[in-house]
Design a binder for this molecule. Structure first.
Ligand SMILES: [Zn+2]
Length: 307
């Protein structure tokens, strides 16, 4: 991908050292596949109805706030954070460029719906840092914390996409777009927050059983994938920034971080009821949907059946 034209965001921060006293992370979303209960169906119907009538209202009605973490670790052991190696992190300009373009494109997309986009901060860290959702550890992978409206990105994860996860052809330039997809996915969670979708989803989950709560979370995650694709669509229309192999690399990444794939890697088989991000096929499908359509209305994972 060619990102020289992207405006550099001023919202990239380095993770602070030091512990974060006390406050436990707000409930991490733990959801998985499985059948929906009647309560969840009603909620989703209401969400879709709201969306159909007025996308802004619908989104507001859909979800509203909770913590949107990919995973989360309890803040049980606050202590000094290790962020010492970031001073000269060579990937910072790239991260700032991708974040900057998401800011510009989402400002345009939401303006079409008379919604003002407020950009999130992105915290780069190595090792661990503190967040308003608890302690951030490298092992957690990237996540979005709605409590402080910040994206937490450990720099090692970008390497892991290529190495441990096999998310893109190792060493290829196309891996940049895989990284951009990961950033755009987290930005997608922030967009869900801006639109009121996250808080609503969390509310729905609190009133649901574990299986239904997981199913809601899958829809949250797949929508973030769709939003990532939507950003790429709009950026491509403006900059023609994509190069050969980029989309394939992002799809490979989406596939590599699907719950079924990750679970099979970890334990040799997949347990659908504990899926919280969607299967590899679903992640590829929703990213592609956003990428090809470029329309927010095509990212309504809450009324899609099957996903
Ligand atoms: Zn996510």
């Amino acid at each position: 991908m060619r990102w020289d034209n992207f405006r550099r965001s001023s919202n990239v921060e380095q993770g602070e050292s030091g512990g974060f006293g006390g406050s436990a992370p707000s409930g991490g979303f733990r959801l998985g596949g499985g059948r929906l209960g009647i309560g969840a169906i009603v909620v989703i119907f209401l969400i879709s109805w709201a969306l159909g009538v007025d996308p802004r209202v619908m989104l507001n009605a859909l979800m509203n706030g909770g913590s949107q973490q990919e995973t989360y670790a309890p803040d049980s052991n606050p202590g000094p954070a290790n962020s010492g190696s970031l001073a000269n992190y060579p990937g910072e300009p790239f991260v700032a460029a991708v974040l900057g373009d998401t800011e510009d494109r989402w400002t345009e997309i939401l303006a079409e719906r008379n919604v003002t986009y407020t950009a999130p901060k992105l915290v780069l860290f190595a090792g661990s840092t503190r967040s308003a959702c608890g302690r951030a550890e490298s092992a957690m992978g990237p996540f979005y914390c709605p409590n402080d409206e910040k994206i937490y990105l450990d720099t090692e994860f970008f390497d892991e996409i290529q190495t441990r996860l096999g998310g893109c052809p190792a060493g290829s330039k196309a891996c940049e777009f895989s990284q951009a997809y990961v950033i755009a996915h987290e930005v997608g969670h922030h967009v869900q927050d801006v639109l009121g979708i996250l808080p609503k989803a969390e509310q729905m989950q609190q009133n649901a059983g574990e299986s239904d709560a997981n199913q809601i979370q899958v829809r949250v995650e797949l929508q973030a994938d769709c939003f990532a694709g939507l950003w790429a669509n709009r950026s491509q229309a403006k900059w023609k920034f994509l190069e050969d192999g980029d989309v394939d690399a992002a799809l490979q990444t989406a596939s590599a971080i699907g719950d079924d794939t990750l679970q099979k890697q970890a334990q040799g088989y997949a347990v659908p009821d504990s899926f919280t991000h969607g299967t590899s096929a679903q992640r590829k499908r929703w990213f592609t949907r956003g990428l090809q359509s470029g329309q927010l209305s095509n990212c309504d994972t809450f009324s899609a059946n099957p996903l």
